[in-house]
Structure formats: C-alpha cells, structure tokens
Design a protein around this ligand. Structure first.
Ligand code: CP
Length: 330
C-alpha cells in the first residue's frame, strides 16, 4: 500500500486544499463540543519527530492528535538512536511498525523525502529547509476567516525567500492568490518554486512575483507577511543579515502603503524591531495569534484528510469503495 504523504504544499490539489480549510473551520467551531466524527484517529498513534526546535508546530500537533482521539508520541534525534547514527530509512521502517503516521521537522527536504520513501504510513512535513506547508495551511485559514475568501487577494511577503516564502508561493497559487515576495538580491525564493507557482496560477488565477523594492511590493496589498531574517541554522549570519534586510522590515510605512484594512501575519517566533516593528506586530492589523492558533485546526484537518485517504485505500484493497478518501475531497 502506498501511503499518502504531505511533504510539499502541492501534495494537495487546489480542491483538497480548500477542503482542508473547510474542515479546519469546522474543527475550530466545534472544538469545545466535538462530535463522534471529530475523533477519526481513535486507536491510532502518530510519531512527532523533531530534529529542530519548535513551540507551535510541536504543541499543536501534540494537542491536535489527542483531540482527534489519537495518541501522539513526541521524539527527537538526541534521545533516539538517530542521534547515534541510525539511518533515517531504518528509523522510518521501524516507526511504520508502531505508528500510523509520522510528522517530521528536519533539515534538507531530501532527508524528508528519504524518510517518506522508506515509510509505509503517511509522512507530514512539519518544516524542512525548503518548505513549511503546515504553516501555509494555517495562514490561508486565517486570511480566509478574516477576508471571506482567498482568490484574487494579494499577499506581499517581505524578507528572506525561505521555506515559509516557498510554501506561501505554492499554497497561495493553489488558492488563486497573487503572492509577491520582496527580498534583497541574493535572498530571493528559489526560481523553480516561483516557476512552479506560476504554472499552478495559470489554472487558478494565481500569480507569483519576486521584487526587490519593499514599499513597491507592499502597495495595495491585502495581506503583509514576514518571517525571521535568519532561519534555524543561520544564527551565525544574524548580524550581517540584519543590515541587508533592514529595508524589508514590516513597519508602519509598509502598512501605510498597503490597503487600509491590510491583515498582518507572521508565522512566529518574531523579533520585534528586526523583521517587524513592535507597533505593527502588536497593532490593530495583526492577526498573528489567531494565525498561531489555526496551526491546531488546520493540522487536525490535514490529518483527517490523510487518514481518510488511507482508509479509502485500505477499503479498496478489501473490496470496499474507498469513498470518503482523498478522491472524495476533489
Ligand atoms: N511557526 C512555527 O513553525 O513555529 P515553531 O518553530 O515554534 O514550531
């Protein structure tokens, strides 16, 4: 049986992504009064493997799996045999015998892909150096609940063309959004990601654009977004990056250039007065804590969809119809 993974935003179709956002809204609305159908992970276990630090992702998956009726098992490299050199492939094969899905935060996307290739349960990218697709689902949920829709909106991302920018480009394209990324020369998102986003946008009405002038990019934006200037593992470059990225700070000038009701997002953790001014992060346009909360709801929805797909495959293998799986969401 081939497991359904979520390693990159484009592992969901446009319709599946919209279905996940609908499910996420439902989980959010029913959180304090869940029904029997809100526990699709009953009797299942999910490994949460974190090779890098995390607050939001780790906690929201831990709580989310439990709220879905499942059993979360949090592990890290240092306290497992991974830290003593056991291969990611052997680890994936062993974990697949114990748990029903593996959520992984790691370094290179290639390491994540190797793990997924050796696993026979769904693998979810909880951040790699290339992409942060779970974050993008929560971002879209937050925008949609504040604006009522996504297609045609302009999201301007200021700063490093990193994993978060890549996922916004791809998930935004799937939703028919215009995603403009303003980065210093040399720090743009990968060309292949921008090209891929524009290929998707040709069908959805989305558009991906890389710019170098922050205020020009912010002009007329519906959403302004930023992330840290030095990602995990780049701490040694913090001082030099602070100089290069200074013109890209999400500050009051950027907010004034955008639409009057612009929504301000940041995936957190934030550094006030570096990538975002404190007055903007804590100001009236900011939805960053709703955004952080939505990690929980969006990931519960994603897990539900992946487990429904697994159930569909298993049913098909035993003569069932597979109805209710991923195809049903398209
Ligand atoms: N936004 C995000 O991924 O936060 P954590 O690093 O705390 O998980």
């Amino acid at each position: 049986m081939t497991a359904r993974h979520f390693l990159l935003d484009t592992d969901l179709t446009s319709a599946e992504q919209a279905a996940v956002l609908d499910l996420a809204d439902g989980y959010k609305a029913r959180r304090r009064a869940p029904g029997p159908a809100d526990r699709p992970l009953a009797g299942r276990s999910v490994a949460l493997l974190f090779e890098k630090p995390s607050t939001r992702t780790r906690l929201s998956f831990d709580v989310g799996v439990a709220e879905l009726g499942g059993h979360p098992v949090v592990i890290d490299a240092a306290s497992t045999q991974l830290g003593r050199g056991e291969t990611i492939e052997d680890t994936a094969a062993v974990l697949s015998r114990y748990v029903d899905a593996i959520v992984v935060r790691t370094f290179a996307q290639e390491r994540l892909e190797r793990l997924a290739a050796a696993a026979n349960v769904p693998v979810i990218n909880a951040l790699s150096d290339h992409a942060h697709p779970c974050q993008a689902l929560a971002d879209l949920q937050t925008i949609r609940e504040r604006r009522g829709g996504l297609a045609g909106l302009t999201l301007t991302y200021l700063g490093d063309g990193n994993n978060v920018a890549h996922s916004l480009l791809l998930a935004g394209a799937l939703a028919g959004m215009r995603v403009h990324v303003a980065s210093p020369p040399g720090y743009e998102p990968f060309e292949q990601v921008v090209r891929h986003a524009n290929e998707i946008g040709a069908a959805t009405g989305g558009e991906a654009l890389v710019m170098h002038d922050a205020l020009e990019a912010a002009a007329g934006a519906d959403v302004l977004y930023t992330d840290v200037w030095a990602s995990m593992g780049q701490e040694g470059e913090s001082d030099s990056r602070s100089l290069v990225f200074q013109p890209y700070q999400l500050d009051e000038k950027a907010v004034e250039a955008a639409k009057p009701d612009v929504l301000v997002l940041h995936c957190l953790p934030a550094h006030r007065e570096l990538e975002i001014s404190g007055s903007v992060l804590d100001g009236p346009h900011s939805a960053v804590f709703d955004q952080a909360e939505n990690r929980l709801h969006a990931q519960k929805a994603l897990l539900s969809l992946l487990f429904a797909a697994e159930a569909g495959v298993a049913e098909a293998g035993t003569g069932g119809t597979g109805a209710g799986g991923a195809d049903a969401a398209r």
